[in-house]
Design a protein around this ligand. Structure first.
Ligand SMILES: [Mg+2]
Length: 425
């Protein structure tokens, strides 16, 4: 599409949105096909494309060849009325200088639709004769738009859902996989920083990226391989007291608005298990989960989060009566418990109820997690959360009843721990 508006220049962050299935509630090519009785041909191609058997560009050329027979104005009119995600459209329209649409679709078909969004729109284009598309003129490479803004000094956020967004998302500074209309393509999950499945959580994340937000986020780290436990499952998926540990955690965090789940090993299964119970979670990818520890997951989960972040390992079980305190505590703290674990990390304290050091040999209490830390104090680290906190000591401690699950012995203890309070009721 011709560039008709000036390039955004003032803000430092630019949001580039895919159109189909990201801003629109429907994929447009299947809609055209269904409306004009061409669904059999198009659906077969779409299925092959999604399965990865036909490259996107080839499929697009073939689909345009089939749909090109249709009257361009009629198609444009049809697409002008496609339903949009209203919150996303509003985000774009109130920040049109900071937002851009990048669609592989032809501008001859989508110009009416795009005119409902007041930002710049980049698209493919075609040669029209007698109101029919006779030939594709250009096919948009979305990554070129990303590079163009980066060259101008922008931090680029790309929001997309399909295979044809992959290169742009790999290139972008922040890549958000969007699962609002269908599960995002596998290829983009391998380059995504975030995945969202709900308009609410996408909007929350976009606002967080745009401006630092007040309040507290909970970062639940579920990326690890659970190697010491030996059950060949990431710990979020093991069953404790008749339910998956992750479902237990979701109940605990029911009242937390900004819940971020960091995923890595068995990411798809963890995401699915979460979505079975709650949709408005922000998923954060730690693709390097094998080489890194919880400190990295906490750092990644806290980027763009609210002012304070609570670090909570996916294997940490806290007594329900202590949970609210862990989240609402005023300011930074370090969570500790009586010494119960097999391989404990200990904390040393002073008379003012501060943690002054972590230790591996002995201490006053066990470092159990969670910890609440100011987002701006959380730096990248490949090791553990407590290594991250070491540089911030002294910090107040908060004593809670907790049990983490590192070893099989811990696992059995956690089951007893849960039974103990279940019996209190
Ligand atoms: Mg799409």
């Amino acid at each position: 599409m011709e560039v008709t508006k000036p390039m955004p220049s003032k803000s430092k962050t630019i949001f580039i949105f895919d159109l189909d299935g990201t801003v629109t509630k429907q994929e447009t090519l299947p809609l055209i096909a269904n409306s004009f009785g061409l669904e059999d041909e198009i659906n077969a191609l779409t299925e092959q494309t999604i399965a990865g058997n036909i490259p996107f560009v080839e499929s697009f050329i073939q689909r345009v060849a089939i749909l090109g027979k249709l009257d361009v104005n009629e198609v444009n009119q049809l697409l002008s009325n496609v339903k949009l995600f209203e919150g996303i459209a509003e985000f774009i329209n109130t920040r049109h200088e900071q937002c851009v649409i990048a669609t592989g679709n032809c501008c001859e078909w989508v110009s009416g639709l795009a005119s409902r969004l007041s930002c710049e729109c980049y698209s493919s284009s075609a040669i029209v004769e007698n109101n029919k598309i006779v030939k594709l003129k250009s096919i948009l490479k979305k990554e070129s738009i990303v590079k163009r803004y980066q060259a101008e000094g922008y931090q680029v956020v790309f929001i997309g859902d399909g295979n044809n967004d992959m290169e742009a998302m790999r290139q972008a500074d922040i890549a958000i996989a969007c699962g609002l209309t269908h599960y995002p393509a596998n290829s983009i999950m391998s380059v995504a920083d975030y995945a969202v499945f709900n308009e609410c959580s996408l909007l929350r994340l976009l606002h967080q990226i745009n401006h630092a937000q007040q309040g507290t986020s909970v970062v639940l780290s579920c990326a690890g391989i659970g190697s010491r436990l030996g059950l060949a499952k990431t710990k979020a998926l093991i069953e404790v007291g008749g339910k998956k540990l992750i479902h237990f955690q979701l109940e605990v965090f029911e009242k937390v608005e900004d819940l971020r789940v960091v995923v890595g090993f068995q990411a798809r299964s963890v995401i699915q298990a979460v979505l079975d119970k709650r949709e408005d979670v922000i998923f954060v990818y730690n693709h390097d989960y094998f080489q890194t520890k919880t400190g990295t997951s906490f750092f990644l989960g806290s980027r763009h989060a609210n002012e304070f972040c609570v670090a909570w390992d996916g294997d940490l079980v806290v007594h329900p009566d202590d949970v609210d305190h862990c989240i609402d505590f005023d300011g930074e703290y370090v969570g500790c418990s009586d010494i119960v674990s097999e391989d404990a990390v200990f904390i040393k304290t002073d008379d003012n109820k501060n943690v002054i050091a972590f230790a591996l040999d002995n201490g006053d209490f066990e470092w159990s997690g969670p910890a609440k830390i100011k987002r701006d104090n959380i730096k990248y680290l490949s090791t553990n959360v407590f290594n991250q906190i070491e540089g911030l000591l002294p910090l107040p401690y908060l004593k809670i009843r907790a049990q983490d699950i590192d070893t099989y012995e811990d696992y059995k203890n956690a089951i007893k721990f849960i039974e103990s309070w279940s019996n209190e009721k």
